[in-house]
Design a protein around this ligand. Structure first.
Ligand code: ME8
Length: 506
C-alpha cells in the first residue's frame, strides 16, 4: 500500500471575498491531490477559512454585523468557490468550529506543560492587516515590509519560547533539504532563522474574537497559533483518530510566499515543542499581479475568480493558471495572455488533435476503435512517448513543477499533430486502409494517455475526452496510461462533441 498523503491549502481570512490568489493556491493543491489519487495514494485534502483575529473582527464591525454572522457569510463564499473550481477537497474547516477550539486549547496546554509558554508583556509593532508582529529594524518608512500599516502595542502577553528553536529549526532544514521549496524561499527562511529568533507573543488582550487561552480567558490566542492548528484539528486532534494517525504529518502545505515564515518557522517550532511530528514539505508559490499592477482593493483591480470562470470556464482557468507561470515564480494576469494560451494549447493543439482524429474515425473508420495491427518505428516512437507521459508528468507534479508537467503534455500533443500530418490517414483510406487503422489506433492511444495525465489539471475536459474514447471510469488512473490500459479494437466510439472554444484574441 502506498504512503498516505495529506495536502493542505492555507485557510483563508474571511475579511473579504475570495480573489484569484486564493483560487490559485487551491487549484494548485487540487492538482496535487488529484494526481496523488490517480497514482493510487490515499489522500486527505483540506481547505477552509481562518475566521478569528482583529482583521476579521474589524471587517465585521465595518459591515455592521456580528463576527459570527459575518464569518458565516464570507466563509460560505470560499466554500462555494471551491465547488465552482471543481476542487476535490474531502474536508473544509472553519476555525470557529468547536472542534477547533478544543484542538487549539489542547495544543496550548501541551506547549505550556512542556515549559514552552510563559507570561510576560509585549511592547512592539503589530500589523492587523498581516496579523503579524514586526521588529523596529524590519520597518520600512514606518510600515511593515509588506507595506501594511503597523501600530504600537503594549499589553500583557503569553510568549512562546521561539528563541530556543533556532538550532532545531536549522537542523530540520539541513536534514531535510526538501522541507521548504522553492530554493529561493528556503534560502530566505534560513537567513531569517540564522539571524536569530526572538520569543513570539502568542496571546492578545485587546480584542476578544478568538480562542481563549486555557485558564486565562482574558487572553485570546494569537491568530496564527490558532490558524496553524487547523491542520491538526481537521484530522481529529487531540483525539487519536484513525485520520490523525494515518495522515499526520502533512505531506504538503501549499502556501503563498507571503506566509512562508509562519509555515516554515513558527509552525514546525510549535510542533517540535509539542513533540508532534513536523510536516514534510512547505511549498510557497509566487504572487500574481494584474496587467502588471499589484492586486489590491484600494487600486480596485482585484480579479474575481467567479467572473473569470464565467468568462472562460473552469478548466480553461485552471489550465491557464497552472501552465502560464512556473510554479514558485510570480505571474502577471492579462486577458490577452489567457486567450493566447487557451487558443494555442487547448484549442489549436489538443482540442484540434482530438477533433480531427475522432471526427475522422466517426466518418471513415466505422465509429469504433481500429485494430492497431503492425506498428513501425515511427508508431513505436510516439507510443513510447505516450506511455511514459504519466511517469514523467508525475515526477514534476510531485515537486509542484506544474508548468513543466504541462509542457510535457504539450510536447506530446505537438508530436501527435506532427504524426497526423505526416501519416495523413485521410490519404491512406483508399490506398492502405490497414495502415490507416494503425495510425488512428496509435493516435487514440496518444489522446487517451494525454487525457489521463491531464485529469489533475482539467478534470472535466479530460473526462470528456475519455468519455469520447469510451474509456471506462475505472480505467482512468495513471497506471492505465500505458499499454496495459490500451483501448480494445472494435469498441464503439460516440459521436465526437466540440471540446474547446476558441477566443478571438484581443
Ligand atoms: O494569510 N497571488 O490568509 P489570506 C497569489 N489566513 N496568491 C495569493 C495572492 C496573490 N496575489 N493573494 C493571496 C492568510 N494569495 C491566513 C492563512 S494558514 C494557517 C492561514 C493566496 O486570506 C496565497 O496562498 O490572506 C496566500 O498565501 C494566501 O492567499 C493568503 O490568504
Amino acid at each position: 500500500m502506498s504512503a498516505p498523503c495529506f495536502v493542505t491549502t492555507p485557510i483563508y481570512y474571511v475579511n473579504d471575498k475570495p480573489h484569484i490568489g486564493h483560487a490559485y493556491t487551491t487549484i494548485a493543491a487540487d492538482v496535487y491531490a488529484r494526481a496523488m489519487r490517480l497514482a493510487g495514494r490515499d489522500v486527505f485534502f483540506m481547505t477552509g477559512t481562518d475566521e478569528h483575529g482583529q482583521k476579521v473582527e474589524q471587517s465585521a464591525a465595518k459591515a455592521g454585523i456580528s463576527p459570527q454572522a459575518f464569518t458565516d457569510a464570507v466563509s460560505q463564499n470560499f466554500r462555494d468557490l471551491a465547488a465552482r473550481l471543481n476542487i476535490s477537497n474531502n474536508a473544509f474547516i472553519r476555525t470557529t468550529e468547536p472542534r477547533h477550539y478544543k484542538a487549539c486549547q489542547a495544543l496550548w496546554q501541551r506547549l505550556e506543560e512542556r515549559g514552552h509558554i510563559y507570561l510576560g508583556s509585549y511592547a512592539g509593532w503589530y500589523s492587523v492587516r498581516d496579523e503579524a508582529y514586526y521588529q523596529e529594524s524590519e520597518l520600512i518608512d514606518g510600515k511593515a515590509p509588506t507595506g501594511a500599516p503597523v501600530e504600537w502595542v503594549e499589553e500583557p502577553s503569553y510568549f512562546f519560547r521561539l528563541s530556543a528553536f533556532q538550532e532545531p529549526l536549522l537542523k530540520l532544514y539541513a536534514d531535510n533539504p526538501d522541507f521548504i521549496a522553492p530554493s529561493s524561499r528556503r534560502n530566505e527562511v534560513m537567513r531569517f532563522v540564522e539571524g536569530g529568533l526572538k520569543d513570539l507573543s502568542v496571546s492578545r488582550t485587546t480584542f476578544s474574537w478568538g480562542v481563549p487561552v486555557p485558564g486565562n480567558p482574558a487572553h485570546i490566542m494569537y491568530v496564527w497559533l490558532d490558524a496553524l492548528t487547523n491542520y491538526l484539528t481537521v484530522l481529529g486532534y487531540p483525539e487519536k483518530t484513525p485520520d490523525f494517525s494515518t495522515f499526520w504529518p502533512a505531506s504538503l502545505h501549499l502556501v503563498g510566499k507571503d506566509i512562508v515564515r509562519f509555515h516554515a518557522v513558527y509552525w514546525p517550532a510549535f510542533l517540535m515543542a509539542a513533540e508532534l511530528p513536523v510536516p514534510k514539505r512547505v511549498f510557497a508559490h509566487g504572487w500574481w499581479t494584474n496587467e502588471g499592477q499589484k492586486i489590491s482593493k484600494s487600486v480596485g483591480n482585484v480579479i474575481d475568480p467567479i467572473a473569470l470562470i464565467e468568462q472562460y470556464g473552469v478548466d480553461p482557468v485552471r489550465y491557464f493558471l497552472m501552465r502560464e507561470v512556473p510554479f514558485g515564480g510570480d505571474g502577471d494576469f492579462a486577458h490577452a495572455a489567457v486567450q493566447r494560451r487557451l487558443n494555442k494549447d487547448l484549442a489549436d493543439d489538443y482540442g484540434n488533435l482530438c477533433q480531427r482524429v475522432l471526427a475522422f474515425i466517426q466518418k471513415n473508420a466505422g465509429a469504433a476503435v481500429p485494430l492497431m495491427g503492425n506498428v513501425n518505428e515511427l508508431d513505436n516512437e510516439i507510443l513510447g512517448k505516450a506511455y511514459c507521459l504519466n511517469e514523467l508528468m508525475f515526477t514534476h507534479i510531485e515537486v509542484q513543477a506544474y508548468s513543466k508537467a504541462l509542457e510535457l503534455f504539450n510536447e506530446l500533443v505537438a508530436a501527435a499533430n506532427g504524426y497526423v500530418d505526416k501519416e495523413a490517414p485521410w490519404a491512406l483510406k483508399k490506398t492502405n486502409p490497414e495502415r490507416m487503422g494503425t495510425v488512428l489506433a496509435v493516435l487514440l492511444e496518444v489522446i487517451r494517455c494525454a487525457a489521463i495525465c491531464l485529469q489533475p489539471f482539467t478534470p472535466a475536459l479530460a473526462g470528456q475526452v475519455l468519455d469520447q474514447l469510451a474509456v471506462p471510469l475505472d480505467a482512468r488512473t495513471f497506471g492505465h496510461a500505458s499499454d496495459s490500459g490500451a483501448l480494445k479494437p472494435g469498441t464503439p466510439l460516440p459521436a465526437p462533441q466540440p471540446l474547446v472554444k476558441k477566443w478571438s484574441e484581443a
